[in-house]
Design a protein around this ligand. Structure first.
Ligand SMILES: Nc1ncnc2c1ncn2[C@@H]1O[C@H](COP(=O)(O)OP(=O)(O)OP(=O)(O)O)[C@@H](O)[C@H]1O
Ligand SMILES: [Mg+2]
Length: 361
């Protein structure tokens, strides 16, 4: 069960030198605008992913005038350290240096709910793939290495297409066809399981969040044209061979799992026709279903919810918190002072943030 027991943040944005001991259940961070709520959420997210959901620029993340930032946490029995400067990145778990961040995500699985990352319903295909693949990775760890190999293969193919070189292209086509079927199969299996989770008792609680939750549906698009059987290596390979001249003209491969998509529907209506409120609430339903499915797999992700009351009214927030409480996951939630929730204080630890200084109430 992933629980952050201790967290130290050093020189991350406006959080200069902060240390907190979060509670096992709900942790609420209250502050006015621009005091550091999103920065805190971003720091925790960073620790679990070795990247931000807001920026690619390291310079933005390091406190102004400083050269590096550092995040230290005790997560369950593990001690995690992440230090980052322009020159180097150090990620240690129990003082053993990690080569990649996959291990980090296993120790610190995180589900994030924030307008900054964008909603999944009517979101960009990239954002949809990011949420989908996060789930797939946690139930099937080798998915990450397949995706990495796929991306390398894609890069090689695109270089050959750009240089108009036919040599070895067929070998790479076969390799990308093979990896592509593994990725598509893993994504489809995950979504099948997610739909099963959708019909369990637990999810019925979410009907309080959205009354027609049963008519919410989603469809997976593999990223290949309709004529291709995305689960069949030969079908993909033959398609690529047949399209070679076209690909040389377009100079890159614009089909495949890197173009996969999810299409959301409510009562057969397409996602872009839904109101913003519907898109927002259905996104929550999708994310919470993902969390619930992980718990079924005995993985307890930490849930980060930023800026909650700007997005949802009090009764919806209560429904979400009640749902997450039953799942027994640790929650970090931020809110602005004026919207302070009436929360069961026994299960909740409340912190205030004042110009980057976090103090427990
Ligand atoms: N690299 C940095 N160094 C120092 N301060 C920074 C850095 N990056 C951002 N800040 C500052 O952090 C402050 C807090 O930002 P944050 O986004 O966390 O606020 P917030 O509490 O989430 O506000 P809101 O309620 O408006 O969402 C901002 O005033 C911003 O200028
Ligand atoms: Mg914010």
């Amino acid at each position: 069960m992933a629980v952050i027991h201790k967290l130290a943040i050093t020189q991350f944005r406006n959080l200069n030198h902060q240390y907190i001991e979060p509670g096992k259940h709900l942790n609420l961070f209250i502050a006015d605008n621009a005091h550091g709520k999103t920065n805190l959420i971003e720091a925790i997210y960073y620790l679990g992913h070795n990247r931000s959901f807001k920026t690619k620029s390291l310079r933005e993340l390091i406190e102004l005038g400083q050269q590096k930032f550092q995040l230290d946490a005790q997560v369950d029995d593990y001690r995690i350290k992440l230090e980052k400067s322009k020159q180097k990145t150090i990620i240690n778990i129990d003082q053993i240096r990690l080569k990649n961040s996959g291990e980090l995500s296993k120790v610190l699985p995180i589900q994030i709910i924030t307008p900054d990352k964008g909603f999944i319903v009517n979101g960009t295909p990239k954002n949809k793939r990011s949420y989908l693949d996060w789930g797939v990775f946690h139930v099937k760890h080798r998915f990450l290495s397949d995706v990495k190999k796929y991306n390398k293969t894609l890069k090689n193919i695109n270089i050959l297409l750009l240089q108009q070189k036919d040599q070895q292209l067929d070998d790479w086509f076969l390799e990308i066809a093979r990896l592509s079927t593994l990725i598509t199969q893993a994504r489809q299996d995950y979504l099948t399981q997610l739909k099963q989770t959708n019909s369990t008792e637990l999810i019925k609680d979410l009907s309080l969040l959205f009354s027609s939750v049963e008519s919410f549906n989603y469809e997976f698009k593999s990223g290949w044209p309709k004529e291709v059987d995305a689960l069949n290596v030969d079908s993909i390979y033959q398609y690529l061979l047949k399209s070679k001249q076209f690909l040389f003209k377009s100079k890159c491969l614009n089909y495949g799992p890197h173009k996969a998509n999810l299409k959301f529907y409510l009562k057969q209506q397409e996602e872009y026709l839904l109101s913003r409120g519907e898109q927002k609430t259905l996104s929550m339903v999708f994310w919470l279903t993902q969390v619930s499915m992980m718990v079924k797999h005995n993985i307890y992700p930490i849930v980060l919810i930023d800026d909650i009351s700007s997005e949802l009214d009090a009764s919806k927030i209560q429904t979400i918190l009640f749902f997450l409480k039953r799942l027994k996951v640790q929650i970090f939630m931020t809110d602005i002072t004026s919207n302070l929730l009436s929360i069961d204080s026994k299960n909740c630890r409340i912190f205030e943030i004042n110009e980057g200084v976090i103090s427990q109430q």
